[in-house]
Design a protein around this ligand. Sequence first.
Ligand code: ATP
Length: 353
Amino acid sequence: MTDVVVQGLSKSFGSNHVLKALDLRVPSRQFVTLLGPSGCGKTTLLRMIAGLEKATAGEIRFGDRRVDTLPPGERNIAMVFQSYALYPTMDVARNIGYGLEVRGTPKAEKQDKVGAVAKVLEILHLLTRKPKQLSGGQRQRVALGRAMVRRPDIFLMDEPLSNLDAKLRATMRGELRRFHLDLGTTTIYVTHDQLEAMTMSDLVVVMNEGVVQQIGTPEEVYGKPANLFVAGFIGTPPMNLIPARWEDGALSVAGTALPITLPAGAPADVILGVRPQDVTIVPAGTLGSIPGKVWIVELIGSERLIEVELAPKLRVTAEVRASHRAAIDDAVAIRPDPDNLHVFDPATGMAIS
Ligand code: ATP
């Protein structure tokens, strides 16, 4: 049982304050993903948990054990990097089993463990090859195998799937998830790919500029974004964020009053958030709709994105069935699903309903 607890963790590189008094608790046995844009400090946080980077302030504990003063070798973690550092002269089996070998694990036990991991990763047929005889994806699997075989207390993974092609990545997402469910090892996984985060995680930690923006299940960060950053970052295409005005008991968007009630204390100026999947295109004049005209239409496979201009520079994207026909400049109206609206305070950026 190993909760990972990060308290008041700060890290600066010179004047660059990469992590700002960050607090985080990763519950034992969970798969937790650090998700955020490039440069937000995900890798730095992971490297500090691994012991590869020293904190400027704050502490890190595994369960009751304070570890930020310990060298990496004493933390019983296994880390998988984006750049898989394999031993070039050793074959795949030895690369995977090397951690066991240096610990003096008996040969038969080592072979069993390497075999079991290689089976899960579907690399049994590659065990006698050298790294240079492998594709990038195969090397990545070997790197994963090397971390898995040691049965550490904690897995730390830094974008381990980013060098794989899309199809293999999708397969590996499922495999990693299965592997985690079977093993139950606490896992901290870094990615900027929301699909990975949403499909694999028990909890997603959304980060921006060295600050945790929200921690929640994939459903929570998608369905109840805590602030404008999370709202705009999670979801594809991104959530529409529309300036609106709350007065006299009505919410008015681009001059049209919508039958929506906000909680007491909501400010007069708000931002209305609605996902493209929650916007329908309806005939102009439909109750609860906002008139506009079609700005652009894009086919994205089985769906079509229709961007509707409500007012100059105010456009809203609707995701509709590909069979829905629309032409540029058509007069239409959009209807946001009243059950799936998000409202934010533009002054604080925080969700208010
Ligand atoms: P990415 O998804 O691009 O890997 P990230 O969220 O993992 O991004 P980090 O790699 O943690 O971000 O980097 C955060 C910031 O810290 C960046 O501004 C980066 O330039 C800076 N940084 C990271 N390591 C160092 C270092 N060793 N020396 C100086 N600055 C660093």
